[in-house]
Design a protein around this ligand. Structure first.
Ligand SMILES: *Cc1c(COP(=O)(O)O)cnc(C)c1O
Length: 494
């Protein structure tokens, strides 16, 4: 017989104890001492890889494994010397907000304080970036989904101009749909077009001009050709900070072209959109009020937990029709507007937000971490961070220019600086590529400055990207010093 009072096997009565059990391991991890533990797979692989447990090992043993095996062998994207990615480790309040959300704000619907903070965070984000308050936004799982949603709205807009409703009826009625972007545009844009049924093949990738951004004349010619051929022109995608070099398309000009032709302008600012906060680059963005949709990742420069993207859209109506989701009958009868008065029960009403602005239904209140971050450091704190990191890239560039052994491969626009080691008299490009690859690997193995590579004009480039809140100018200097020290070693050994 089933014991009616037998408790669940899962512990539910000592949350503080569970959190306390992993805290020392987390504290140890964020000191980033010694060599990177994630190098040593043998430490965790055998211990973790096993069959489905029949009975489980119980709470305390799980918490031990979580602390020792998972946290203890974690990935150090928060190390101040890590400049390899466009994502980073969240800051303290962002981690705390994530935990609070999991416990107390379990749905992004509902009109609780946490939901209000989530909604407020989007309004703050819109204000921070300088968009008119009439723009709307939605938090997403990341830049990939943010681009998908922006482009879904673009598809709806293009369809409605042809008397279609693609959100309801699909893409029949479009004639060879086309989306325009530069060759530097992130691959998730093409995939979004695949998901939307327009197909990756609908992307027209325009070559770069001498500045390394979209060739506007070539774009105009392609637009003219396609217009003459009667093709459906869905969107122009502007790149606001490509992940290789951080360059920003001339968005003001693209907005003008899009506006004249009645084409939707989507801006992919997942990484570089935060550059709006640096007066030195803001003008590259043009007038943001004219951007139809804008993808931006709080989980990049804002250091929110990964899983926090955002998209801001000018026309709420188009967005809502693009992602319309008919509410289930059980929801509809309780769907009441949110007021300011107290209620009999918070479950009497559905709350803030709408499922029509994205592709999730149940979802975390992702904005809660954004709220915490903005509440902690304010607009000025974010602005100082962006400017400081852009300064870091400029510092690297200045140092590189002053070192005969180093060569600058792209002038920094945002917080990325691409350079390489180039010993005097070395002219063979493939030998230079191999040397730089070796320099990068040796730097990573040493652990002080861990960064990534890309290719600029076909050349292997060392590519630091400064977005880590823990990183300062001294980390930019250390990176150059490391590159020089390692290069001197390797070249001497040649
Ligand atoms: C990071 C990034 C993406 C992808 O976003 P995710 O958050 O990784 O899904 C797309 N475009 C640009 C420019 C990016 O920097």
């Amino acid at each position: 017989m089933v014991d009616a009072i037998r408790r669940d096997r899962a512990s539910t009565d000592d949350l503080a104890g569970a959190v306390r059990a992993v805290l020392p391991g987390l504290e140890q991890f964020v000191r980033f001492e010694g060599l990177d533990p994630a190098r040593i797979r043998s430490r965790w692989l055998a211990a973790l890889d096993g069959p489905l447990p029949a009975d489980g090992i119980g709470r305390d043993a799980v918490l031990d494994e979580l602390s020792a095996l998972i946290v203890g062998n974690g990935l150090r994207t928060g190390h101040p010397g890590f400049t390899g990615w466009v994502t980073t480790m969240p800051t303290d309040v962002a981690v705390a907000a994530d935990l609070a959300q999991a416990v107390a704000v379990p749905q992004r619907w509902w009109a609780t304080a946490g939901n209000f903070a989530d909604d407020l965070a989007m309004r703050w984000l819109i204000a921070l970036l300088g968009f008119p308050a009439s723009h709307v936004g939605t938090f997403t799982a990341g830049g990939s989904t943010a681009n998908l949603i922006g482009l879904g709205a673009a598809r709806q807009h293009a369809g409605e101009r042809l008397g279609l409703n693609p959100g309801r009826d699909g893409n029949l009625g479009f004639v060879e749909p086309r989306v325009y972007c530069s060759t530097e545009t992130h691959h998730v844009v093409g995939r979004a077009l695949g998901v939307l049924g327009l197909g990756r093949g609908s992307l027209r990738e325009i070559a770069l001009d001498g500045d390394g951004t979209i060739d506007v004349d070539a774009l105009q010619r392609t637009l003219d050709d396609d217009a003459r051929a009667g093709r459906s022109q869905v969107a122009i995608v502007a790149c606001a900070g490509d992940v290789n070099t951080g360059r920003i398309d001339p968005i003001g000009e693209l907005a003008r072209i899009a506006g004249e032709r009645g084409i939707w302008l989507h801006v992919d600012g997942a990484y570089g959109g935060w550059g709006l906060l640096d007066a030195r680059v803001r003008e590259r963005f043009g007038d943001v009020a004219r951007h139809d949709s804008f993808a931006i990742d709080p989980h990049k420069w804002l250091a929110a937990p990964v899983g926090t993207g955002a998209v801001i859209v000018r026309d709420a109506g188009v967005l809502g029709r693009a992602f319309e989701c008919e509410t289930g009958a059980y929801d509809r009868e309780r769907h009441a507007p949110v007021g300011t008065s107290d209620t009999g029960s918070p479950f009497d009403e559905l709350g803030l937000g709408t499922p029509d602005f994205g592709v999730d239904f149940s979802a975390p209140a992702r904005g809660l971490a954004v709220w915490a971050i903005l509440r902690e450091i304010g607009a000025n704190g974010v602005r100082e961070r962006i400017v400081r990191h852009n300064d870091c890239a400029r510092r690297v560039a200045d140092r590189v220019r002053g070192e005969p052994m180093l060569e600058l491969l792209a002038e920094p626009v945002l917080s990325i600086c691409c350079f390489r080691v180039r010993p005097k008299d070395w002219t063979n490009e493939s030998r230079l590529d191999a040397l730089n690859d070796a320099v990068l690997r040796r730097m990573r193995a040493r652990g002080r400055s861990v960064t990534s590579s890309t290719r600029v004009g076909g050349r292997f480039a060392i590519r630091p990207c400064f977005i880590n809140p823990r990183g300062t100018l001294s980390d930019a200097d250390a990176l150059v010093d490391e590159a020089l020290a390692v290069a001197a070693d390797l070249v001497a050994g040649h």
